[in-house]
Design a protein around this ligand. Structure first.
Ligand SMILES: NC(=O)c1ccc[n+]([C@@H]2O[C@H](COP(=O)([O-])OP(=O)(O)OC[C@H]3O[C@@H](n4cnc5c(N)ncnc54)[C@H](O)[C@@H]3O)[C@@H](O)[C@H]2O)c1
Length: 413
């Protein structure tokens, strides 16, 4: 880093990516200004209540009380920073195409205040070219005349919320900078936070690598979801087959089936890839097929569960266990449980749900695990979920998580 500039980091967006980055940066000796345009969230954070599972209230209170972290809605505070990291959502629009409106508005928000010699990094996931074609032109056109020299890099975040092993420090970080000086600045910044910072030749390589990583997961999950349906139709337990294939020491990596894919990354990022492919007249048919298979998985799970209930029962009571998109988090964004519920309701079921980490979802509240039901679908196994009494009551369970393997009365997906 430029030794003249203070170690002040401004992070735009205080969510699943921005807040853990803030704490990791404080641990590495940075003072952090957390900018977010959601005033309620800023107030919540500044009161010491963490909105994300990976950061505890105690961690947050400590950094606030020692004056090394503060959340704010005031974009002008970014003028104090020597590094600005953009960590805002990059969702899909109604046509399921990239929606960069939040990224644009965040960039518009910081641009007039950037001080000279500041490093701007984008950690948000997006298609290759986003840094060069979207972020840099906005900043170049709105930056103060007193800030002729700004450094730029793309460093896509790889955080895996709820993961007890991999975190900001021990997950290698890719950096794609626009020139040598930006590369030097970005490498020094991330080397202060992470054990390993890997510089690639351009921002586009880093942006494309992030899409490849998440598309790799999408297509492998789709493959195993399709394979599961073939195994079930032929009376084979897919998990036994996956375990058997996993004994091969090379060239195979196990993926498990489930209700579908959820969260802000796996269902979304591959569609940034398919859109990017179309811009150059290329096709991403393989990825599109994987997307369709995963989207249809909730329908398959609903039909499979209802086929286990007495067919004379035209309105079976179905309990969905776990509606967050993965264990250990209360995040319901893009959760496949949503389509599972729609499918069950459309087939006449009376549906309730239970999730210890989610209080309210789609206008309804979590019921107790003792809700009387004809069948329970274990969609996401939350760590604090106590299934013993359900099992001892002899309730039919369709386990989509492979966590009740071999338990009597439980059917595995
Ligand atoms: N969640 C993950 O597991 C994960 C992992 C790797 C990468 N990513 C990527 O990181 C980015 C951020 O995702 P996230 O999960 O942290 O999102 P999030 O919704 O948890 O947090 C984003 C925050 O940004 C704020 N925000 C939105 N627009 C803003 C604006 N214009 N100005 C200031 N603040 C604004 C929101 O209020 C919110 O607090 C996305 O591009 C995502 O794809 C997410």
């Amino acid at each position: 880093m430029n030794s003249q500039k203070p170690k002040i980091l401004a992070i735009i967006g205080q969510g699943y990516v921005g807040l853990p980055l803030a704490i990791a940066a404080v641990d590495a000796g940075w003072s952090v200004i957390g900018v977010d345009n959601h005033s309620g969230k800023v107030a919540q954070i500044n009161s010491g209540s963490s909105p994300v599972e990976d950061i505890s209230d105690a961690q947050l209170k400590l950094v606030i009380s020692t004056g090394v972290y503060e959340a704010t809605t005031d974009f002008s505070r970014t003028a104090e920073a020597s590094v600005i990291a953009i960590c805002v959502p990059t969702p899909l629009d109604e046509k399921r195409e990239p929606d960069l409106s939040l990224l644009r508005s965040a960039t518009n928000g910081i641009a007039p205040y950037i001080s000279d010699e500041t490093l701007v990094v984008s950690e948000s996931t997006s298609y290759p070219g986003t840094l060069r074609e979207v972020i840099i032109p906005i900043i170049d056109s709105l930056k103060p005349a007193t800030s002729p020299t700004i450094y730029f890099a793309s460093a896509p975040e790889r955080v895996n919320p709820g993961d007890p092993l991999w975190n900001q420090k021990n997950t290698p970080r890719l950096i794609g900078a626009i020139d040598d000086k930006s590369k030097e600045k970005a490498h020094a910044f991330y080397s202060s936070l992470c054990d390993v910072a890997i510089a690639v030749s351009t921002p586009e390589v880093a942006e494309a690598a992030k899409l490849l990583e998440n598309t790799f997961r999408l297509v492998n999950i789709a493959l195993v979801n399709e394979f599961t349906q073939i195994c079930a139709a032929n009376g084979l337990n897919v998990h036994e087959v996956i375990d058997a294939a996993s004994s091969k020491p090379y060239g195979f990596m196990p993926f498990r089936p489930g209700v579908g894919v959820g969260g802000h990354c796996i269902p979304v990022d591959p569609l940034y890839l398919t859109w990017w492919a179309r811009q150059s007249g290329s096709k991403a048919e393989f990825v599109e097929a994987a997307d369709v298979i995963n989207l249809e998985m909730p329908k398959y799970v609903a039909e499979r569960a209802l086929s286990m209930v007495n067919s004379a029962n035209k309105s079976p009571k179905v309990l969905i266990l776990g509606v967050a998109y993965k264990p250990g988090v209360g995040d319901v964004r893009e959760t496949p449980a949503s389509e599972l519920r729609n499918q069950l309701v459309s087939k006449g079921a009376d549906v309730a749900w239970h999730d210890p980490l989610v209080v309210e979802w789609n206008g309804s509240r979590s019921v107790g695990i003792d809700w009387p039901c004809d069948i329970a679908i274990l969609a996401t196994r939350q760590p604090s979920m106590n299934l013993d009494q359900l099992i001892s009551r002899g309730v039919l369970i369709l386990d989509c998580t492979n966590s009740l393997n071999g338990v009597p009365g439980v059917t595995s997906l």
